[in-house]
Design a protein around this ligand. Structure first.
Ligand code: MG
Length: 159
């Protein structure tokens, strides 16, 4: 019988003018970017937390501390690679993942295909097992005021 485990992750980064914005490993064109120790890919951070959560391995801050120079400005895809390696090291593989990106602007629909392909490659699963959804928050709250980007992620791992 398969051992199937579920994890969730949530991350928020502040947005500021003049910084690059990376989501799911893709550079998003726009005036605002994430303030962060790494490249600020808030979507990948939430996904790493979901994968770690599925196996009760703690969180991204425990594995990749933002106080460490090793992770300063790091491409978050590397963090995801390393997280997948941890999952595989315990004998599990990723089943499917589902992300919801909350961002007021810009519209992300034209980026979603590339985001899914990028994540699928790192997770080593079919694109059809990678869901990326984007929503505004109807101009409500910190997302609506364009002060930040929030991402919810869910991941299933299977042994
Ligand atoms: Mg983060």
């Amino acid at each position: 019988m398969e051992d199937l485990r579920l994890g969730n992750g949530y991350d928020v980064h502040r947005l500021e003018a003049g910084l690059p914005l990376f989501l799911c490993g893709i550079k998003i064109e726009g005036p605002l970017g994430c303030v962060a120790h790494s490249d600020g890919d808030v979507a990948i951070h939430a996904l790493c937390d979901a994968l770690l959560g599925a196996l009760a391995l703690g969180d991204i801050g425990k594995h990749f501390p933002d106080t460490s120079d090793e992770f300063k400005g790091i491409d978050s895809k590397i963090l995801l690679f390393r997280t997948v390696k941890l999952v595989k090291g315990l004998g599990y593989r990723v089943g499917n993942v589902d992300l919801t990106i909350c961002l007021q602007k810009p519209k992300l629909s034209s980026y979603v295909s590339l985001m899914r392909v990028t994540l699928a490659g790192i997770l080593e699963i079919p694109v059809t097992s990678v869901s990326v959804k984007a929503t505004t928050t109807e101009k409500l709250g910190f997302v609506g005021r364009e002060e930040g980007c929030a991402v919810y992620a869910t991941a299933v791992v299977i042994k």
